[in-house]
Unconditional design. Structure first.
Length: 415
């Protein structure tokens, strides 16, 4: 069994598809090593195990809207695309979506996945409650009133298997999407926060070479006034794909045509089901105020990075309070790298890229390629030691652990 990108073959000894939460609880209680596996869009071994992999697709799949609470109860294995369609049919929405709607709700939230927008926090910020099976087999439901809630929502799979989540919803809304081309780097660096704040969700696409940023995608609420201009960037007159040589037919509609939130906030249409992705991904999150200096540092490596890149996307994310969230108590900029399937070459250049970003306090995305041994996670995450202690208390034998989490957490496992 491989991940979506095909760069990783999982090392599990067996696979189980429990048909009920009770069956899952029994499997977890009896296991020595066990992990849940979602849509397999992680590019590293964060979800790997040498024991049993749990697939959640046989559990009851529910999407239940509660109008009195303005929440939706959703099974962890459901995709954001399916959730969006169900909500829209009932006139509701969530605050944001990632670029690809095919990822599972639980997996995306556990790893801190996000969309874009200076005022839009990550997908985890919508979580009102989380149901998870602990290492003991106990099923718990945590809310904001529980001490462990802020540790468990973005928990990188170390604190349990998520079976369900309750998310805050809002009335449906419409979004217009425009693409502009050839924004000068000088203008972008001098006015970064202004440009990043120019629409509800903003993405920059570049390979860091040359004098201009190739594309800027603006996703504006239908109530926002259209911009007259953006520091000399040229409005596209035809739909574009982030990769210049690719057809835009599978991208969400552009050219300032209003549409429902779920059909504009992702970059790619839900009805387009991606095949195995011949790409690799890394992403680094750092305080928004460091964006110009960090981008200048990455541009200094452009000659080394560009031959390995399909494209790089730059986004912004509002702060949250989840202990292991890459956006913990900091408004952030995200530097995302979509690499060609050249893993050895990518892994060879990653330490130099990470070293260039280290002075800015960059935190790696938990589900993408990075060099875990090169980070002082306790310095990057103020509640990291508290998280380590919670992992030790809840999973003393390392039932939910693997080599990557061992390196990150460094928590002693008892026999």
């Amino acid at each position: 069994m491989k991940n979506w990108a095909g760069n990783l073959e999982y090392s599990s000894a067996g696979i189980q598809r429990p048909a009920s939460v009770e069956e899952l609880r029994e499997l977890v209680a009896q296991a020595t090593r066990i992990k849940a596996l979602g849509s397999r869009h992680s590019f590293n071994t964060v979800a790997d195990t040498e024991g049993t992999h749990i697939l959640l697709d046989a559990l009851p799949q529910e999407i239940v809207l509660d109008l009195e609470k303005s929440t939706v109860k959703v099974s962890g294995g459901i995709s954001y695309g399916a959730l969006g369609r169900s909500l829209e049919e009932q006139g509701y929405a969530i605050h944001n979506l990632a670029s690809l709607p095919h990822i599972s709700v639980a997996g995306a939230i556990q790893t801190g996945t996000h969309g874009s927008g200076v005022n839009n926090p990550s997908l985890a910020a919508a979580v009102v409650s989380v149901d998870l099976v602990r290492a003991s087999g106990e099923l718990v439901t945590l809310t904001a009133d529980d001490d462990e809630f802020l540790a468990s929502v973005v928990g990188v799979g170390a604190l349990g298997i998520v079976t369900g989540l309750e998310l805050a919803v809002r009335p449906s809304y419409e979004v217009r999407q425009r693409v502009l081309t050839d924004l000068s780097w000088d203008a972008a660096l001098a006015n970064f926060e202004t440009i990043a704040s120019s629409a509800y969700s903003v993405s920059f696409f570049t390979n860091y070479t040359g004098d201009t940023i190739a594309q800027v995608w603006l996703k504006a609420l239908d109530t926002e006034a259209p911009l007259a201009e953006l520091f000399g960037a040229t409005p596209a007159t035809a739909a574009l794909h982030p990769l210049p040589d690719m057809s835009a037919e599978n991208c969400t509609e552009q050219l300032d045509v209003a549409g429902k939130w779920l059909d504009r906030l992702p970059h790619f249409r839900h009805e387009f089901t991606p095949s195995n992705g011949e790409e690799l991904q890394s992403e680094f999150l750092l305080p928004l105020e460091h964006a110009p200096a960090a981008l200048a540092a990455v541009r200094g490596l452009a000659d080394k990075l560009a031959p390995l890149l399909f494209i790089s996307e730059i986004r912004t994310i509002a702060a949250d309070d989840f202990w292991l969230s890459p956006f913990y108590q900091q408004q952030s900029v995200a530097l995302h790298f979509t690499w060609k399937p050249m893993q050895a070459d990518v892994e060879a250049v990653l330490p130099e890229l990470e070293a260039a970003l280290r002075p800015f306090g960059a935190r790696p995305h938990w589900g993408k390629l990075f060099t875990p041994g090169e980070y002082d996670f306790a310095a990057l995450y103020p509640r990291f030691e508290d998280f380590r202690a919670l992992v030790s208390a809840n999973d003393p034998t390392g039932k939910f652990r693997n080599a990557l989490l061992d390196t990150v957490l460094g928590v002693t496992v008892t026999s």
